[in-house]
Design a protein around this ligand. Structure first.
Ligand SMILES: Nc1nc2[nH]c(I)nc2c(=O)[nH]1
Length: 258
């Protein structure tokens, strides 16, 4: 209901009745968004029903409409996180709004810690599958959603055409806000996680429940705790994102153009 209201507000404020594709820009991906193209319209999230201003990464949450190859794309700059005290329904409001606005394909980007040996800081990694370690779900009732191929194989193949050097990985989603202990990272590695983060998994579940195709890309902004023995700093995370922006922008634009 709230998503419908927010979608109607987006249509009204942007003058674009439907957006077939939406992109959620996570930490470190904001600069890359500029490479996609200049927005034809922008709306602060606080002016849309059901959105709070995201507190993470200190940027104002904004929704942009941008045209790529003559079709409108919805860019959602910023997202809500469980660690901000939001309930799952609030965390997935952005993607539910995007689907209500007409999106049948959602591109979820995030910043993540790298667990798998060989992953490098500043490297984008396609999400091949996820581990929902939040203990939460945005779904209620008997909505038994199939999550096989939740991370769309066709979209992943398309992304690899754009950037053949892309590797894939399993993303473990946690609540945070603390980073993991080295022992926890060893555990998640043993469970098959290649990446670890504090977003994305609930959004992916909500998208699949609505029948939208999902492509996920993580930017490795730090090697997870214990992988290098170094300490983790959030400032580093943001700096790495900025440095990777040109490659990420090229990747996003290439995927959106196909
Ligand atoms: N849980 C978790 N989330 C993260 N987000 C980023 I950027 N790096 C990390 C990390 O190392 N662990």
């Amino acid at each position: 209901m709230l998503a419908e209201q927010a979608a109607a507000a987006i249509a009204e404020r942007t003058g674009v009745p439907h957006h077939r594709i939406a992109v959620v820009l996570g930490s470190g991906w904001q600069d890359a968004a500029a490479e996609i193209g200049a927005p034809t319209a922008s709306v602060p999230m606080t002016e849309l029903p059901g959105f709070d201003a995201p507190t993470a990464q200190g940027h104002q949450g904004t929704v942009h409409s941008v045209t790529v190859n003559d079709s409108p794309v919805l860019l959602m700059m910023g997202r809500q996180h469980l660690y901000e005290g939001h309930e799952p329904a609030q965390v997935v409001h952005g993607v539910r709004t995007a689907v209500a606005a007409g999106a049948d394909t959602i591109l979820l980007t995030n910043a993540a810690g790298g667990i798998r040996p060989g992953l490098r800081v500043g490297e984008p990694v396609l999400i091949s599958d996820h581990l929902n370690l939040t203990g939460r779900t945005p779904l209620t009732g008997a909505t038994f959603v199939d999550l096989v191929d939740a991370w769309d194989p066709g979209l992943r193949a398309l992304a690899r055409e754009v950037d053949p050097d892309l590797t894939e990985g399993v993303y473990a989603g946690l609540t945070g806000p603390q980073y993991e202990t080295p022992a926890e990272i060893r555990m998640f590695g043993a469970l098959g996680a290649d990446l670890v983060g504090m977003s994305t998994v609930l959004e992916a579940i909500a998208c699949r429940a609505l029948g939208a195709r999902v492509l996920g890309i993580s930017l490795v902004t730090n090697l997870a705790a214990g992988v290098t023995g170094q300490h983790l700093s959030h400032a580093e995370v943001l700096a790495e994102g900025r440095a990777a922006a040109p490659r990420l922008g090229k990747l996003l634009r290439g995927v959106l153009e196909r």
